[in-house]
Design a protein around this ligand. Structure first.
Ligand code: PEP
Ligand code: MG
Length: 886
């Protein structure tokens, strides 16, 4: 029989798959001898089995009983005992942290009898009844599915009745009364009584935690964070310790370093006389952790010692949740903490300097996504700005948008294409949809560890929290700032997540220092830039994959080169036929004789040559893969409907050219142009077109060489499906190159499944392959790349057919399989064949790892993604096959 339950003494931090992050780390802390309340973890295996079958797996309930008995023995108390009850919490904890997304129930074990025992044992009647009403409230909402507002309303009513505003002003008899009211709510909404059997409470809570894996907000969060839907959650059952036993008790969170900047120090929040989630929920305002020194010096010192122990042990920033029960410190959670992108880079290099990790490990501690975040623009401090408030700098970035005051509005307006800033007093897990939709989040309450801050940081979304000067009125959809400034829904504001500033109107942005560093225009003296420089240099040293850029202009090529590109992997030539030159393409299409056609091509050739000369110059000494024209020709002609209307309206006065154009547009019209006359097919049916392009390349190269340059053009043929297609084009190209006395590699894209499947043959005629994974994905799945994302991808994501669009991250199982076949068979025919990728996936972190794993020589991506690809290529080399690039 499988083992479903592990005592904290049995686990360790490496068992996250099985015990979830919380359970694994509680076990680790237990084994380090830290003060963790005793408990045990029900595995994710049990959850997966439950979710599949709808019931507990065989033996689970008995195993839980055995562990509970051991816990009771260790604590010298029995769950729900009348005289001295043991109480437990039932806490969710998946492999990846999902803050606030799943359920937790505290104070399990209380009923009408044990509450009396708890009051007696604690000597605090108020505390006992408060704990009991909290249990019914949490249990009612989480396990029994009752609307939480009903309980909130009842407590508000109790306060109103008493004429007080703070929960702390309610006494034991108020809570005793609330318990009765709460039980009435349960009865009314479930038709049954609140279960008073402690064991039943516990098992129902376990079930509710399992079920919460599939709560809508958890599903949304997983999709956003790309967490697989089939992991399931573990459940931790932990002996309760109480932070709400009086002013000598409390609860808090701490970080071993600043998760915003990476600086070492004491960071966190503390709340006296509070329980459980009060701190993270941001409901009451906390005090900075340093103040704990004045409140309880002994616990404070012990906490700092533990923080040091944890940092040394995990060799990384840790975040911690703790509770102090009457002067005794308890650790409730730790994990390697989430941090901002800037902090990730700074911390990684600090740890190197402190001798905790080496540079190889530092490279694996940051991600391409984090680097991409650092490349976003920032607000221009020199601009005219109207500061209206200042809150905490919870998650960096510069966000501008229209203020909205509910998640629904945020989503609606974002769906309509507006940039919005979600403004709330505080957020809760139900705000997730709005947070995802918004450019940034602004709250008036809660600290750096409030829900808004934690979730925004996790998403890399700009957030200013705890801007207490703001009066936020969600009903009236407005906030008021000091001095009477009022911002209504739809008014534009700008929030700076790095400084906590809130500005009225749109503040202009400037390039980030990291981009300036890549551009070579900024200094190296900023700590962040120094850290980025060290890590990037080391990633470059370690990576095996070369990184090239997709660029079609000399300017883009030059920028890509400054960003570290080692050549161009895809120069699309079709963009060179637009604008003024469209006329010449029309001439080509309309030509009715060889003479007319040659004249049109002759007019285009010098223009193309000049394009190529500029690009070869910008990439002098590095390979430049120029792809011959690819899209269907109708893309260069006027729209059929517009042209038909023009000709019809003109009647007999319609010009000859328009008539011919209309005839051509009709002739070239295709039902499925992406599957029609494009790519190599154009070269084979339109005489002279590819030849003109190859001549332009050859002449540009010759001219560059004559000027003392080192041009390294490569000619790439698109959309080849059969070696015969390539052979014809290649022979002609070689002849032209020979005539010009120029050498250039000739290769093809692999973007049609047949090309991948016959790569062994195609390699006979190709000196290189470049995987065009945009088309290869389109053609492998049969998905029109221009239509499907809007049409039905969100449904596919809901159904879990894939976790992320295959146009964003390579579908390794399907498209990747074709790539592997092509790599193997291409190399078998031509061992020195050069292999790269130039589809959008070339700049996607996970796909870069895949390209490393299957042995490509380079990836090519847009210039701005080049640093991301360099970093991920370094990480791929350091972490080896099958790594998790998250
Ligand atoms: C591709 O198909 O992956 C590719 C790079 O070509 P394009 O996107 O221009 O079709
Ligand atoms: Mg393509």
């Amino acid at each position: 029989m499988p083992k479903y339950v592990y005592d904290f003494t049995e686990g360790n931090k490496d068992l996250k798959d099985l015990l979830g992050g919380k359970g694994a780390n509680l076990a680790e802390m237990t084994n380090l001898g830290l003060p963790v309340p005793p408990g045990f973890t029900i595995t994710t295996d049990a959850c997966r089995s439950y979710l599949a079958d709808g019931g507990f797996p065989e033996g689970l309930a008995e195993e839980v009983d055995t562990h509970l008995a051991a816990l009771e023995k260790g604590m010298g108390k029995r769950l729900g005992d009348i005289d001295d009850p043991l109480l437990v919490s039932v806490r969710s904890g998946a492999k990846f942290s999902m803050p606030g997304m799943m359920e937790t129930v505290l104070n399990i074990g209380l009923n009408d009898e044990s509450v009396v025992g708890l009051a007696k044992q604690s000597g605090n009647e108020r505390f006992a009844w408060d704990s009991y009403r909290r249990l019914i409230q949490m249990f009612g909402k989480t396990v029994l599915g009752i609307d939480g507002e009903l309980f909130e309303d009842a407590i508000d009513e109790a306060k109103r009745h008493k004429g007080v505003t703070n929960d702390l002003d309610l006494d034991a008899s108020d809570f005793r009364h609330l318990v009765e009211v709460y039980k009435g709510i349960v009865r009314e909404h479930t038709g049954g009584d609140f279960p008073d059997d402690p064991r039943e409470q516990m098992l129902l809570a376990v079930r509710a935690v399992f079920d919460s894996w599939n709560a809508p907000r958890a599903i949304v969060y997983r999709r956003q964070e790309r967490i697989p839907a089939d992991l399931g959650t573990a459940v931790n059952i932990v002996a309760m310790v109480f932070g709400n036993l009086g002013m000598d008790s409390g609860t808090g969170v701490a970080f071993t370093r600043d998760p915003g900047s990476g600086q070492q120090g004491v960071y966190g929040d503390y709340l006296q006389n509070a329980q459980g989630e009060d701190v993270v929920a941001g409901i009451r305002n906390t005090v900075p952790l340093q103040e704990l020194e004045k409140i309880d010096a002994a616990s404070y010192r012990q906490l700092l010692d533990i923080m040091k122990t944890l940092e040394d042990h995990y060799r990384d920033l840790c975040d911690i949740e703790f509770t102090i029960e009457r002067g005794k410190l308890w650790m409730l959670q730790t994990r390697v903490g989430k941090r901002t992108a800037a902090a990730a880079f700074c911390i990684a290099t600090q740890l190197v300097d402190q001798g905790m990790i080496d540079l190889d490990e530092a490279v694996t501690r940051v991600t391409g996504d984090q680097l991409a975040q650092l490349m976003f623009p920032r607000f221009d401090t020199g601009a005219d700005r109207r500061l209206v408030a200042k809150g905490m700098n919870a998650s960096p970035g510069a966000a501008v948008g229209k203020a909205v005051f509910s998640s629904e509005r945020a989503k609606e307006m974002a769906d309509a294409g507006e940039d919005v800033i979600l403004v709330r007093r505080e957020t809760n897990p139900d705000d997730l949809v709005g947070m995802i939709a918004a450019r940034g989040v602004l709250t008036s309450r809660g600290g750096k560890t409030s829900h808004a801050a934690v979730v925004a940081r996790g998403m890399g979304k700009t957030c200013v929290c705890g801007a207490e000067e703001l009066q936020v009125d969600p009903q009236a959809r407005r906030f008021t700032a000091p001095g009477g400034v009022t911002v209504e829904e739809g008014d534009v504001i700008s929030i700076d997540g790095s400084t906590g500033e809130v500005f009225l109107g749109e503040v202009p942005v400037v390039a980030s220092p990291v981009v300036e560093y890549f551009e070579g225009t900024g200094g190296h003296d900023d700590d962040l830039v120094k850290a980025v420089h060290r890590i990037m240099s080391h990633a470059d040293e370690r990576r095996r994959l070369a990184v090239r850029a997709n660029a079609d202009t000399p300017e883009d090529a030059a920028r890509a080169r400054r960003f570290g590109a080692q050549g161009i992997g895809l120069c699309r030539t079709e963009h060179m036929f637009l604008g003024d030159r469209r006329q010449l393409v029309e001439d080509l299409i309309l030509s009715e004789s060889d003479r007319e056609r040659d004249a049109a091509l002759d007019a285009l050739e010098p223009l193309q040559k000049a394009d190529f000369t500029g690009i070869l110059e910008a990439m002098d000494g590095l390979p430049v893969t120029i792809r011959l024209i690819d899209p269907p020709l109708h893309e260069f002609l006027p729209d059929l409907t517009a042209l038909s209307v023009r000709v019809a309206l003109a009647g007999d006065d319609a010009g000859e050219r328009d008539r011919r154009l209309l005839a051509a547009v009709k002739r070239l019209h295709e039902q499925n142009p992406m599957l029609g006359l494009r790519g190599v097919r154009l070269g084979l049916v339109i005489p002279g077109l590819f030849e003109m392009q190859v001549r332009a390349i050859a002449q540009a190269a010759a001219e560059r060489r004559a000027a003392g340059g080192d041009p390294r053009a490569e000619i790439m043929i698109p959309l080849v499906a059969a070696v015969q297609e390539l052979e014809g084009v290649r022979e002609e190209a070689e002849r032209i190159l020979d005539e010009a006395g120029v050498e250039a590699l000739i290769g093809t894209m692999i973007e049609v499944p047949r090309a991948a499947l016959t790569a062994g043959q195609i390699a006979e005629a190709a000196q290189f392959f470049s995987f065009g994974t945009n088309d290869l994905t389109q053609l492998t799945w049969g998905f029109s790349r221009d239509d499907v994302e809007a049409a039905f991808f969100s449904r596919y994501l809901d159904l879990g057919i894939f976790g992320v669009s295959p146009f964003e991250t390579l579908d390794q199982t399907g498209v990747g399989r074709l790539m592997k076949i092509a790599v193997e068979e291409g190399r078998a025919t031509r061992p020195d064949i050069k292999l790269g990728i130039c589809g959008e996936h070339g700049g996607d972190p996970e796909s870069v790892h895949f390209c490393h794993d299957i042995g490509l020589d380079y990836v090519s991506c847009s210039p701005f993604r080049v640093p991301v690809a360099r970093l991920e290529a370094g990480r791929a080399a350091l972490t080896g096959t099958g790594s998790d690039s998250r």
